[in-house]
Design a protein around this ligand. Sequence first.
Ligand code: PMP
Length: 330
Amino acid sequence: MQVHDSLVSLIGDTPLVRLRNVTEGLSGQVIAKVEYLNPGGSVKDRIAVKMIDAAETSGALRPGGVIVEPTSGNTGVGLALVAQERGYRCVFVVPDKVASDKVNVLRAYGAEVVVCPTAVAPDHPDSYYSVSDRLAAEIPGAWKPDQYANPGNPASHYESTGPEIWAQTDGRVTHFVAGIGTGGTISGAGRYLKEISDGRVQVVGADPEGSVYSGGSGRPYLVEGVGEDIWPDTYDRKVCDEIIAVSDKDSFAMTRRLAREEGLLVGGSCGMAVVAALRVAEKAGPDAVIVVLLPDGGRGYLSKIFNDDWMRDYGFLSATSDEATVGDVL
Ligand code: PMP
């Protein structure tokens, strides 16, 4: 029988899919690495299993232990999935800008979720960084993976994401484009691709306008999971050849186009990364093989990016836009 005993063994080995419509008029190939096909629905499954394996080996996480982590949702799902299989409890701390659908998903996996304000400084006692530190210190048997500092985060991408992209493109990849949150994806996969290609592969980071990676001050933006107001240890500042800043408006417009024109129902950071990849393709020649990583699926954003009222409230969709539907006109 073809049966998997463990969901965790299905993490990784996600497919590459060519973008065929949003690329109209561009000569090079733009290829998506579709990470929502991981069992927990995002790229973060990869780091979850790697960080937990390492903590078990080092003794930081013991049988019956509690995993405490500040997470925007996807890392939480990955951790909850592995924790469930191995008998750990999970307590997650999330900022209040995270869609309620995502929080409900974490609770559905059996995790406890604490919601904190987004609009406070990282060192404020109510910030999601501070609250998670406090809980990790107070709860007996707690272990904090700390995806912003855990070397297992970039290492998982160095060991899995990068080699997969190299093998799947038969070594023909010329550019790797990914959004930067903790920086784990771009630092790990980017470093691998640089090393294996003797520096030939160009590594391009995509960043929300206002975030520190593209020279901002941490000004608020609405795209979730990417951009920072601090510089995490997991981000290798040497790995990116270029960083492209993308507005929320452009990110969300592309996210909607990916669903309608490519059949890819994905999250806002995917739209952001694709905008950056298309900007790379505009400059690169016809031989370019641009791989863009799409971190998660779109179902967690139905009440935001895929909701016309929400988009209009923020000025991301005008009443006269070509996305207006029959219902708008009647
Ligand atoms: N997009 C989404 C939706 C994410 O959750 C994350 C992880 N924070 C990223 C992109 C960025 O990945 P990384 O943390 O590896 O930089």
